[in-house]
Each structure stands twice: as C-alpha cells, then as structure tokens.
Design a protein around this ligand. Sequence first.
Ligand code: IPM
Ligand code: MG
Length: 356
Amino acid sequence: MNNYKITLLKGDGIGPEIVNQAVKVLDKAAEKFGFEVTYDEALLGGCAIDATGVPLPEETIAKCKASDSVMLGAVGGPKWDNQPGNNRPEAGLLGIRGALGLFANLRPSVIFGPLKSASPIKDEIIGDNMDILIVRELTGGIYFGERGRKEVGGQPAAWDTEQYTVPEIERIARVAFDMAMRRNKRVTSVDKANVLESSRLWRETVIRVSKDYPEVELNHMYVDNCAMQLVRNPKQFDVIVTSNIFGDILSDEASMIAGSIGMLASASLSGGKLGLYEPIHGSAPDIAGQDIANPLATILSVAMMLRYSLGEAEAADAIESAVARVLETSRTPDIYEEGMKKVGCEEMGDLVCAQL
Ligand code: IPM
Ligand code: MG
C-alpha cells in the first residue's frame, strides 16, 4: 500500500482549524481508496516567530524537503505586524516557496453550481461553467528581486526590481501550455509589454515556447486590460499565465468572480513530485478559534495534492464531488444562503467525510 509522508504547516489564525478538517478528509480518502498517510508538523509564520524568533526555521525546510507533499493553512496576523519586513510571517511564506523551488502556482477559479448566486457578477456574464486556471510564476520577479533604500535628490527613496531570466519564463510557460493541453487548449499570457522590458522578454519567450504546442491557441493581454476583461467576460479565459506580482493581483480578482475566496484552493509546484497546497485565502485572525471558518478551500487543496503530487486522481475527483454535494444543503456562514443548514468548520469537515 502506498504511504505518503505529508508535512503540515498549520500556521496562524484559522490555519490550524481548517488544516484539521483537511486531514480528516484525507484520512477518510486514504481509507476508501487504499493508501496510507503519515503526518509530521512544522512551524511557519507567526507561530514560528513566537517559538523560534524566525518565520521559517531551518527545521521546517528540512521536514518539507523530506516529505512527499506539504499542506499549509495560512500565516500572518496583527500580532506580528510590527516585525521588520524580512521577519514577518509573509517572509516565511516567500522563503518556503523559494527554498522548495515552488516556481509554479496554480490557482483555479471555478464556480460550484450551487454557489453561483454568491458571485457579485451577473449570472449571464459568468455562464454555467466558468473555469479559469491562473498559472502564476512564484519564485521570481519583483518579489525576489533586489530591493533597497537610497537617497534621490537628498530625499529618502526606495526601489524594487522586476527581473526575469529566459529559463524562468520558459519553465512557467511550459506548465501553462501543459495545463492547457489537458483543458480547453487556450493560453492567455498577461504582461505589460507596452511599458516594461521584462514583459517584452516574457512575451518573446512565451511565443517561442508556444511553437512546441501547436494545438494550443495563444493570445497576449496587457495586465490592465486583463483586469477589466475578467469582470467583463470571464468566460473567454481558459489558462492565464503571468508573472509573480500580476498573478498575485489577478488571482484575488478571479477568486471573487467565483463567489467566495473561502472556496478556492491552490497548488505550488516544483516540477518534481513535491508540492505545497494551500487555500488562497488568509489567516482571518478575527474569526480564529470560533469554529466558523470555511474549511472547503483547504479540503479542495487536498484534492489538488492528490491529483498533482500523489497520483491519486480518483480520490481527488471523489473529494471534489463530495464538496459539491455538501454545498447543496449545508453552508458555513461566509457562503450561507436562506434555506440551507448553517454549519461550523468542524461539522463541514464531517459532512464532506460522510459524502466520501
Ligand atoms: C498570496 C499572498 C502572498 C503573496 C503574501 C501573503 C505574501 O497574497 O499567496 O497571494 O503575495 O504571494
Ligand atoms: Mg495574494
């Protein structure tokens, strides 16, 4: 029987409670589909700062590297807002992405049928099966470029650098084209090539890579136009590939089109088996510990982990169907609608297990 070693980074705020539900669902899937999972926990973010003084202890990197995959809850909270920039919980998140080489971030924006009314966009604009996959470059660009403070004309100033190498662009482009081949064979590459040199290199490189994927239709869009097109006509998109910072911004926008940020999962991939899976929402410290958080994004992240890292596609499909069925009758407060049963985090996890 396959045994998978999973490192849990529960993190801060609602992180522990949502990860606990995800573990419950993964254990149930293991029992049903005939595999075993062993867990190890490690510290990341604010909890790591409290325990060790830094947001990403060496031990955490070592444990993650030694596992088949990593599940992350969420990091951050007001308690650590006064930490210097390079010691904030968020720095731990960027650090683990870099340390594990997780260059490809997949952020699907899908609407679960029963949740259509939760989207702020009109029904006729969303259509029946909005399904966008944002492929965000995750270990380069301005997030990882050189930065600093200096003086300009006697005034204090600050600078950050957006830089991409050709191999960095090629490998993320390949992920996007490979994904498109399994989907509707369309890729939109998003850049700001009318202004930025790094974007001009991005565009040239994506065009060159596209020659290896003659079946995929490629188009290019400036990031400002893309932000507008996402609300004007989201159905036009299949796969969007873009830089680290543009992907950060556009994926929040796309998540809202899908109704609730509490529903969306993400995968960060290294090109090998190891991946890191997390909900795209944050640590919601205001509702932590009250058993009202929505664990579904984390549970759906488990499905992505089963599909992309562990090769258990059947179990992944089963979890996604179980979530869809539960949504027909039961909702956490963030996605509550009249006529439904209002449930907490723990009960939501139990309901998904029962449907599996
Ligand atoms: C995300 C988050 C992070 C990012 C923050 C917390 C550093 O917004 O995963 O989208 O900007 O990448
Ligand atoms: Mg973000």
